[in-house]
Write a protein that binds this ligand. Structure first.
Ligand code: 6PG
Length: 249
């Protein structure tokens, strides 16, 4: 499916994200009484989480998962969980029962992947369908810890260990493409010109095999939030649908 695109300054992108997340929360609560979301780390966490933490939502009915986690202690500043705890879970006083941390800090990543798959199934049932997946994008087009050409990209399990991530640290856990793409809502955020080339490729080239392109093509309801730098290779405009725009040259 073609994702919706929105290009604006970062503050406006975060506001749009907050509105979108609130709407998806309302939909999920009305349907099932709970809301399940999966979070990234990196710049998206830094910019968005402080604002999302202020939303007037019932965190006791919200299940927090992660799209990926780095193999570092939960207290490490590189930990995606630590970022969320500092910027969202702590300030918003999210109850511990709502938080499903990805356990990538143990000695056996493969066993941790199995344990997290079981946790997904325990909370979400089967198929494990998130209400909301939030993703950042790497300069190489990776999403979560699904890197271009990596074995994890073709894995049909729910969660897998990655031992050779090109972005440090090399050890990670990640949700797989089927789990990310089957979410009721998939929102991708990217900031800065260093991401412009992969954003252009993922949106404009129907045959792109970038992880970003694969998740956007499979997602039923995708939204891509870009600052001017990340959108620099796309045609100018405000809010549009991908595919209606042309590259600049
Ligand atoms: C991680 C993230 C990862 C991130 C991208 C983009 O653990 O590294 O979840 O997938 O979203 O690498 O990171 P930046 O937004 O910081 O460039």
């Amino acid at each position: 499916m073609r994702p919706e695109l929105y290009v604006a300054e970062i503050d406006a992108l975060v506001e749009r994200l907050a509105r979108d997340l609130s709407a998806e929360y309302a939909r999920a609560i009305a349907e099932r009484g709970v809301f399940a979301l999966a979070l990234p780390g990196g710049s998206v966490a830094a910019h968005a989480f402080p604002v999302l933490a202020t939303l007037p939502l019932d965190w006791g009915r919200t299940h927090f998962f992660w799209v990926d986690e780095r193999a570092v202690p939960a207290s490490d500043s590189e930990s995606n969980y630590a970022a969320a705890r500092t910027l969202w879970l702590g300030p918003a006083r999210v109850p511990a029962t709502s938080v499903h941390r990805m356990p990538a800090d143990g000695p056996d990543l493969a066993a941790a992947a199995v344990a997290y798959s079981q946790e997904l199934t325990r909370i979400l049932g089967a198929p494990a369908r998130m209400d909301f997946v939030l993703l950042g994008v790497g300069q190489d087009g990776h999403v979560a810890s699904l890197f271009p050409g990596g074995a994890a990209l073709a894995d049909a399990r729910l969660v897998v260990a990655v031992g050779d991530a090109p972005k440090p640290p090399s050890g990670r856990l990640t949700l797989t493409l089927p789990v990310l793409a089957q979410a009721a809502r998939v929102v991708v955020m990217a900031f800065g010109q260093s991401k412009a080339a992969v954003i252009w490729e993922a949106i404009e080239r129907v045959d792109s095999t970038l992880p970003l392109a694969l998740v956007l093509r499979r997602a039923q309801r995708g939204l891509v939030l870009l600052d001017d730098g990340a959108a620099a290779s796309l045609a100018r405009g405000g809010e549009r649908t991908a595919g209606l725009r042309q590259p600049k040259n």
